[in-house]
Design a protein around this ligand. Structure first.
Ligand SMILES: C[S@@+](CC[C@H](N)C(=O)[O-])C[C@H]1O[C@@H](n2cnc3c(N)ncnc32)[C@H](O)[C@@H]1O
Length: 315
């Protein structure tokens, strides 16, 4: 079974690891993952590029060619290089051992040059060969330049808008597939809808504020996406439940966005009326729902500053 590697940014490491795991299992339910610090090795029939396209926190990814017990290379590993015109070697040291990375990269480059006609190009190599050292085992793999993904653009923004990486990760943690639909009942500027649509997932947004509805519609149109936006109270989620597979949202918390009632009451009411069979990923200010008792879920805490910690809850 092919293996892929993903080096993740440390920003929200627990979410980043769970996102890769959720995506790997979404594409192939028999996928297996091994986590070594911020390195995730995925054993699955899904190509590493498929997972990378969707994921929010991947710094480097590629295919594992062969696990190594030491610094040992042999000719059979270089099939990928036979057709490449340019290459570069990179060492990633996640182990506690110290060694000179430039020296190792140079000698690895020299060694590889003997087996291939490809030339070294450190700026834009067609193939990058990676040697990843960890305290447990070492990995040898390669990566290719991927087509740059086009990020959704916004015409209008707002102080309360969500961080797009967290929004995207929330959708991915639920394992929502291309062609499915999510609903954001507090859509604001439409961040969740933009992320969903950019991954081929249909977005349905609700917001009771006319100004926010106009802004999210403009943002959707700017990207020529097909998300549907309705001016309505969030309770409309009960009536349109046949239109979506999951709810992904960021609850209003009273600062810089209008609220129809106290934010803590909105959250309580939401959990009373949300259709029980729907997947949900929601974010809220921690103290607004500290006493919520909901079973079968996972929470993540996002520390912003001493008076703001946000909770992401996945069900
Ligand atoms: C925190 S903001 C959402 C921000 C959004 N995720 C974004 O990235 O722009 C909360 C939104 O909830 C809306 N809202 C507040 N009370 C509502 C209600 N009862 N029903 C629907 N929308 C409501 C506000 O107008 C605001 O746009």
């Amino acid at each position: 079974m092919p293996e892929s590697f993903f080096i993740l940014s440390q920003e929200y490491l627990e979410i980043a690891i769970d996102e890769i795991t959720a995506l790997a299992k979404m594409y192939d339910r028999f996928a297996k993952t091994v986590v070594i610090d911020n390195l995730v090795i995925v054993q699955s029939k899904t190509n590493w590029q498929e997972i990378t396209k969707r994921a929010s926190f991947v710094k480097i990814s590629g295919q594992v060619l062969r696990k190594m017990s030491g610094l040992f290379l042999d000719e059979e590993n270089f099939g990928e290089l036979k057709t490449a015109k340019t290459f570069a070697c990179r060492i990633i040291n996640l182990s506690s051992n110290e060694f000179s990375i430039p020296e190792l990269e140079n000698s690895m480059g020299d060694m590889i040059s003997k087996f291939t006609n490809a030339k070294v190009d450190l700026d834009e190599p067609e193939i990058t060969i990676y040697l990843i050292f960890t305290n447990k085992e070492n990995f040898f793999g390669f990566s290719k330049i991927m087509k740059k993904t086009v990020r959704p653009e916004k015409i209008g923004s707002h102080p309360h808008e969500l961080d797009w990486k967290l929004t995207r990760a929330m959708i991915n943690l639920l394992g929502i597939r291309e062609g499915e639909a999510i609903c954001d009942p507090f859509c604001g500027t439409g961040t969740t809808l933009l992320e969903a649509e950019s991954m081929g997932i249909h977005g349905i947004g609700l917001d009771f504020d006319e100004k926010m509805v106009k802004m999210s519609k403009e943002n959707i149109e700017k990207n020529a996406f097909g998300a549907e936006i309705i001016q309505s109270d969030f309770q409309e989620i009960k009536n349109i439940s046949n239109k979506y597979n999951a709810i992904v949202t960021d609850f209003p918390y009273g600062k810089s966005s209008k609220v129809s009632q106290k934010p803590e009451n909105i959250i309580k009411k939401f959990f009373k009326i949300v259709p029980s069979h729907k997947k949900i990923a929601v974010m809220y200010k921690k103290e607004l729902a500290d006493d919520l008792k909901i079973r079968g879920l996972k929470t993540y805490q996002i520390y912003r500053h001493k008076s703001l910690t946000r909770t992401i809850l996945i069900k």
